[in-house]
Design a protein around this ligand. Structure first.
Ligand SMILES: [Zn+2]
Length: 730
């Protein structure tokens, strides 16, 4: 306990000073603009500099707010420099200028009219690879402390003034050692609750987490709202269900209408940071970076993306962020992903649990390495080794918080975004079903002052509860639009059990369910087409669906599940052109809705039947007068098929074209394209454009309603996602 005691004294001193009204306070130089008395960058003025600051620069997947500083650049702040202050910031050169001569960054302090250069550095991205990323800077300003100072940040170049965004001062702040609120959400991707010691696993995978549990409240029934990363994390960070935040599929960004916990705290002047290993979250177009001062997407050795980043790198990044915001109220989101495929823990964790992998049986990925039943055991042993490695790093993270005097008063929420399947129900990996091995996650909450430490809560809680829990713990008001409730209320026994909705629409696996403390209902739309109902008290392993025996209960839960379903982000458009008589039938296991038909004559019709399960079209088109029918489908990803006749004979492949490339179906009924389950054939075809050929017959494409966006998939993001099994062979 020595380190903790060692830091207790300065912390107590800080409190004492504060009570005398003399405690130094940190200064966020990106904060209120009145301190900034002069600002220019490459010829542009203060307004342009301030306007660019909140967005900052994305460099090598690190998004950092900051001031543009294209040389010659000058920022002059009039302020008091607190005693013991450090100037913490990062410098960068925009990648568009990495092949150009460097930029010199200079920091000066002016006191009593005298100017003193306190620091300079030349960033030279041509010669030095380490200057092609954000370069952190930590300058001791203790000697310059005092009232009525000026802090000057200058840049100089060796070329004519150019682009103001060529260089950047990232997140400049004067930090001081003092106590301040800290809230941490620490998420371990793909961690099954039942593979941790605190939830009863016999293997010693998580000694650090088990020790942490003594300071925390342990929630025995925590349910997340999706079985893969993006929708689950979006619900955790926004307190909205997937049907509301709509970051459901690979190509859905987190729409700006969703306010994240980072934004809520940022609005109140908190320092906000994230250290993230999963590119699904940190990818350029995913839009999870809103509200963060520093949003760090981490790469592995040799700049390899994602899974190859160990928790050690993530924890280092998280700790560096905390150091750079010392003394400020801080929110930190940490996202490690060691247990995700490929299962490949570093030594000695690869030899921690038996059976060990062999050269013929590498046990890294079930899609390639499952050749015999023992391979399952090998993969579980490697998965457990990954958990143990991540656990060691979680322990290191906590020890560093303690050493910095931050632990005791901090809120630390530990959880996972989903679990993993090991043939429990016939599948591998995640994002394919909604069984409990996927949606029941570990959730441990260490409240400030370790309130409720050691308590176990059996009541079912959910991912939506994280945002209100953070706000409540920090003494902030709860906005009315949150879907969850603070876990402090659950701990106090003041809440009613609530059902949890969960869904998946990923790579052609589409299901929606609702879980209560006693039972669970799941409607599967694809590839299965059925309903499941389990009595979780008698059958916690969800082995036998008994939907037929409980029709009334099933109907009730079904209505709850359906209420959470949202339609595809796009609409289907079916166009019939040229001369001909067409009878088309579109069928879905979900619901066709919002049908709009244009150009139809009196003897033509479009009729919706089967409670939205099918749409029949009888069309008699003429050249130059195409018929067009648009419709939406709910839920997201529900398959739609097309079949029919042309001039009385069955449709042929050549009668139907899809997207701008007009590819033809192989057979009928034909499953209409979807943006998630794209095949190799779909690559290079723009599904969001009508055919360019103008051929007569049936054309199908997708249309985005105004205001909706989907992410582009460039070759690099595709490769990254492939490495993690999000695209490519299933
Ligand atoms: Zn995940």
């Amino acid at each position: 306990m020595r380190p903790t005691l060692a830091v207790a004294a300065p912390a107590a001193l800080a409190v004492l000073l504060f009570s005398c009204g003399r405690a130094p306070e940190p200064v966020d130089l990106l904060g209120p603009g009145e301190r900034l008395v002069e600002a220019s960058a490459a010829g542009t003025g203060r307004e342009a500099v301030l306007e660019a600051a909140p967005r900052g620069l994305r460099l090598n997947d690190v998004v950092r707010r900051g001031f543009p500083a294209g040389p010659p650049g000058r920022l002059r702040f009039a302020l008091d420099i607190p005693s013991g202050a450090r100037l913490q910031l990062a410098c960068a050169i925009d990648p568009r200028f990495h092949e150009r001569p460097g930029v010199e960054f200079v920091v000066k302090v002016v006191r009593d009219g005298r100017e003193e250069v306190v620091w300079t550095r030349l960033l030279d991205p041509i010669a030095r690879a380490e200057h092609r990323v954000w370069v952190p800077v930590d300058i001791d300003l203790a000697k310059q402390a005092g009232r009525g100072r000026e802090l000057v940040l200058e840049t100089r170049g060796y070329e004519q003034p150019g682009d103001p965004r060529r260089a950047w001062w990232g997140t400049p702040a004067l930090t001081v050692a003092r106590r301040a609120p800290l809230a941490v959400v620490y998420l371990v991707d793909t961690l099954r609750a039942d593979h941790t010691g605190v939830y009863g696993y016999p293997r010693k995978t998580t000694p650090e987490l088990d020790a942490f549990a003594r300071d925390a409240v342990v929630f025995d029934a925590a349910i997340v709202h999706a079985s893969w990363t993006k929708p689950s994390v979006a619900s955790i960070l926004t307190s909205r269900l997937p049907g509301q935040h709509r970051a459901v599929q690979l190509r859905d960004p987190l729409d700006p209408s969703n306010v994240t916990i980072a934004q809520r705290l940022d609005e109140r002047g908190w320092a906000t940071g994230a250290a993230i290993a999963n590119s699904v979250i940190y990818g350029a177009e995913s839009e999870f970076d809103r509200g963060f001062d520093v949003f760090t997407g981490l790469h592995g050795d040799d700049d390899q993306r994602s899974k190859l980043v160990g928790a050690d790198v993530v924890v280092d990044s998280a700790l560096a962020f905390l150091r750079s915001r010392q003394g400020m109220p801080t929110f930190l989101y940490v996202h490690t992903m060691d247990p995700h495929v490929p299962y490949a823990p570093p030594p000695p964790f690869d030899r921690m649990f038996e059976p060990f992998p062999t050269e013929e049986h590498p046990a890294r990925d079930p899609r390639t390495d499952y050749k015999e039943p023992l391979d399952r055991e090998r993969m579980i042993a490697q998965y457990d080794g990954d958990i143990a490695f991540g656990d060691r790093e979680f322990g290191r993270f906590l020890r560093e918080l303690k050493a910095a005097g931050l632990y005791e008063d901090a809120l630390v929420v530990f959880l996972s975004d989903h679990g993993e399947e090991f043939l429990d129900h016939g599948s591998w990996l995640h994002g394919r079903s909604l069984f409990d091995e996927l949606i029941h996650v570990p959730l441990l909450v260490k409240l400030p002052g370790n309130r409720g430490a050691g308590t176990r809560v059996s009541e079912q809680v959910q991912g939506l509860d994280i945002v209100p829990t953070v706000l409540e713990a920090m003494g902030l008001p709860l906005p009315g639009d949150l879907g969850g409730q603070p876990l402090q209320r659950t701990l106090a026994g003041g809440s009613k059990p609530r059902p949890a909705l969960a869904e998946v629409s990923h790579r052609g696996f589409v299901a929606h369910g609702v879980r209560t403390e006693g039972d669970k209902y799941v409607r599967r739309f694809s590839p299965d087409d059925d309903e499941l109902y389990f009595d979780l008290l008698r059958d916690p392993g969800e082995k036998a669906s008994i939907a037929e025996r409980h029709p009334e209960r099933v109907r009730l839960l079904q209505a709850q599940a359906e209420a959470g379903m949202s339609p595809n982000p796009f609409r289907y458009v079916v166009q019939v052109a040229g001369r001909g008589r067409f009878a088309l039938k579109l069928e879905t296991r979900g619901w066709i809705e919002g049908v709009e038909a244009t150009g139809l004559g009196p003897d033509e019709r479009s009729s919706l039947g089967g409670n939205g399960r099918w749409l029949e079209l009888r069309l008699r088109s003429r050249p130059g007068a195409p018929r067009e029918i648009g419709f939406a489908v709910r839920p997201v990803g529900a398959p739609v098929t097309l079949a029919g006749t042309r001039d009385g004979r069955p449709l042929r492949p050549a009668d139907v074209g899809v997207g701008d490339g007009s590819f033809h179906p192989e057979a009928f009924p034909f499953r209409l394209p979807d943006i998630e389950s794209e095949t190799e054939r779909d690559r290079g075809i723009n599904l969001f454009a009508a055919s360019r050929t103008g051929a007569p017959g049936v054309q199908v494409w997708l249309a985005l309603p105004p205001g909706r966006k989907i992410q582009e998939m460039d070759e690099e993001s595709r490769e990254r996602l492939k490495a993690l099994g999000y695209v490519g062979p299933g």
